[in-house]
Write a protein that binds this ligand. Structure first.
Ligand code: WTA
Length: 652
């Protein structure tokens, strides 16, 4: 268990407050009674095929009907077998077919304050043009397109354009380094990269195209780079490889029919950190993922036609894929999309946006909430937030203090909070309160959604109850589940299905209380959660060790008030008298290898790192030292006690 989780559990174990939804909310809610939930939940598991057949026929467009609803040979699943659909059609055309063509799909605001609005009709034209341009550039079904872009409408348009022609998008968060982009391009054998000249961040311009150019030196499969002009800097363009968006997209026809695609066509891959150094490309397919994103959006965000919905995530993460693009657009929602930082030009930017656009549903992350608390209530109090009716949280457990602040200061005490637990691999929300019916407990993601069958398992493989909890697994297939790890089925099987045979291993620990509510207790593997972003400690260690001066590195998380966890690196070096200069250099080095989000907060130089006799790094011990706690537990297997003593000394 991680230390921040341990700290959090002390709080949540004492947590007995219960917040039932207000009657006015329940009355109009999509799921408005406990019986309705129980009925959906029971049917989804007892009559899986019947239930999901009905859902798929009602909520997706089908060019050709499917046969079997689910073919399940653990761990491989196929859903809606043989059917033909298209996620871009479901997100765009289907809304137009249903009379929502003039409804606003995307309201966008750039960091400098420029704005743009796209109706579903207008979105379709843009998506078709981009799809036609991709075709002209030689992209077809099954080709991988990497997308490394700022949060502009064109990012969502590019994703939907790929989906329209059966190309596979691989979105790379625009904070990753050239090395990380190159790794992903290579692993996926991407044929084309879409990027922009630059990106606005906190008033500065970051030269995205330059970073991409560096990555392309090590991306032999990439033939073309499509570049959006966003900031108007002098981006370097390579003749024969690089083309401007305004040259090739704008001239296309705005009407390109969506390709009927088999249900199991890969829609996208998204790289995420696991226990090992190399990020894995999580593979999601078309029909099941699309349906899961849509239905979980409907149920949990209680979507109504006049809502203005804002998810503050970046499309570079799964939250942006499922709850900025595929879920809400398939549901015909009006989505606000914001390009920049929450504290630019001032710390009230989010609340200014909520007031300006009369946002009704806000979905954000605990790390952001903790930053808002730190910045002070005055930034919130300046604005009228009375349009809000529902709040969501994702990325890590929300500590009860942050929960209460969110509830009172942002929600005015009247908005339910949905604390949504899920993962890149699950495609969409798995456990969450249903805002109309679930009395919430601060810190708990409450109960599973229809179709989700969680099991808490101990090390011997048996189900466990009680406060200590165990490994959280899912023991039935669900439509949005990952279909594999790109190019590495063995890794897919080993990582997720081998520990508890036949059950999906989430990598999280959890416990279930006497009301049947789930409490996530942190990771069981070497994954840390920094500002809601998953990082593998081994990935950061590998980056450090690739520096000439580093002999060995051990990386652990330590509790951090804002980020949840901060990155603490113990490093043994080959040079004499390492100091601040080297520390700074190593931070920069990690930034260059992975990206700014992986930069260690603390770097401690050590003579050696403590290991067990079998050579495993004693992370538990290092976590205690990193957190400034007395090293606890049995240390008799320590290879070298002096190492421990030395580290303690240095920390004091
Ligand atoms: C953690 C983000 C507690 C968890 C959607 C999970 C959470 C990992 C919650 C997935 C939550 C996410 N409560 N923990 N509500 N939401 N997590 O793939 O450890 O970036 O396994 O997906 O974040 O992170 P990922």
């Amino acid at each position: 268990m991680s230390d921040s989780a341990a700290g959090q559990i002390d709080h949540v174990l004492d947590e007995t407050r219960l917040f039932p939804p207000a009657a006015e909310f329940t009355e109009k809610a999509v799921i408005s009674s406990q019986e309705q939930y129980e009925d959906l939940y029971r049917r989804a598991l007892e009559d899986r095929d019947g239930f999901w057949k009905e859902q798929a026929l009602e909520h997706l467009h089908w060019f050709e009907p499917f046969g079997d609803v689910c073919q399940w040979e653990a761990p491989h699943a196929k859903w809606f077998v043989g059917g033909k659909t298209n996620a871009s059609y479901n997100c765009v055309d289907r809304n137009i077919d249903q009379g929502r063509g003039d409804k606003v799909a995307i309201i966008w605001e750039g960091e400098p304050g420029d704005t743009r609005t796209l109706t579903y009709n207008e979105l379709k034209v843009e998506v078709c043009k981009c799809a036609a341009a991709l075709k002209e550039l030689g992209i077809g079904q099954g080709d991988v397109v990497s997308i490394y872009m700022p949060m502009t409408p064109e990012l969502a348009i590019a994703m939907l354009a790929c989906a329209r022609i059966g190309a596979i998008h691989s979105v790379i968060f625009a904070g990753f380094s050239a090395e990380s982009i190159a790794d992903r391009n290579q692993d996926a054998e991407a044929k084309l990269v879409i990027t922009s000249d630059g990106l606005h961040r906190r008033g500065k311009v970051l030269p995205l195209k330059k970073t991409v150019d560096e990555a392309l030196e090590k991306s032999p499969s990439v033939q073309t780079c499509l570049v959006l002009k966003r900031v108007g800097n002098d981006a370097p363009m390579t003749e024969g490889r690089d083309v401007w968006w305004h040259d090739v997209v704008d001239k296309q026809s705005g009407d390109l029919p969506a390709e009927p695609l088999d249900s199991e066509t890969t829609l996208f891959i998204l790289y995420t950190s696991g226990s090992t150094g190399k990020p894995k490309g999580i593979r999601h397919t078309t029909a099941g993922y699309n349906l899961w994103a849509k239905r979980t959006f409907d149920w949990v965000f209680d979507h109504r036609d006049d809502d203005i919905y804002w998810c503050t995530a970046d499309c570079g993460w799964i939250t942006g894929h499922s709850y900025i693009v595929y879920g809400p657009l398939t549901a015909g929602a009006t989505c606000l999309m914001y390009e920049g930082a929450p504290n630019f030009p001032a710390e009230d930017r989010f609340w200014e946006l909520v007031e300006k656009y009369k946002v009704t549903i806000l979905y954000t992350a605990p790390t952001a909430i903790r930053a808002f608390i730190k910045w002070g209530d005055e930034h919130v109090e300046k604005h009228d937030l009375s349009s809000l009716r529902l709040l969501g949280s994702v990325g890590e457990g929300i500590n009860p203090e942050a929960w209460m602040w969110y509830h009172e200061k942002i929600g005015g005490g009247r908005c339910p909070i949905v604390d949504t637990w899920w993962q890149t691999e699950t495609g969409g929300l798995m456990m969450s309160p249903l805002p109309g019916i679930t009395p919430t407990k601060p810190g708990s993601c409450t109960r599973p959604l229809p179709g989700v069958s969680p099991a808490i398992i101990d090390e011997s493989g048996s189900a466990v109850e009680g406060e200590n909890g165990g490994m959280l697994c899912i023991d039935q297939p669900w439509p949005g589940m990952l279909r594999g790890v790109w190019g590495d089925d063995e890794r897919f099987v080993d990582t997720y299905w081998a520990t508890v045979p036949g059950k999906y291993l989430t990598g999280d620990n959890a416990r279930r209380d006497s009301d049947g509510y789930y409490w996530i207790m942190g990771r069981i593997d070497d994954v840390i959660n920094v500002s809601g972003h998953r990082l593998s400690t081994i990935e950061v260690e590998s980056a450090l060790v690739s520096h000439d001066a580093v002999a060995e590195a051990a990386v652990v998380g330590r509790p951090d008030d804002i980020k949840g966890q901060a990155i603490c690196a113990f490093v043994t070096v080959t040079t004499a008298d390492p100091g601040d200069e080297l520390r700074q250099e190593l931070r920069q080095h990690v930034r260059k290898q992975i990206g700014a989000l992986a930069q260690p907060d603390d770097i401690r130089f050590a003579a050696s790192v403590p290991k067990t006799r079998s050579g495993k790094i004693m992370r538990r011990l290092l976590r205690d030292i990193a957190a400034g706690r007395e090293a606890a537990g049995d240390t008799s297997t320590l290879e070298d006690y002096s190492v421990l003593a030395k580290l303690r000394e240095e920390g004091s």
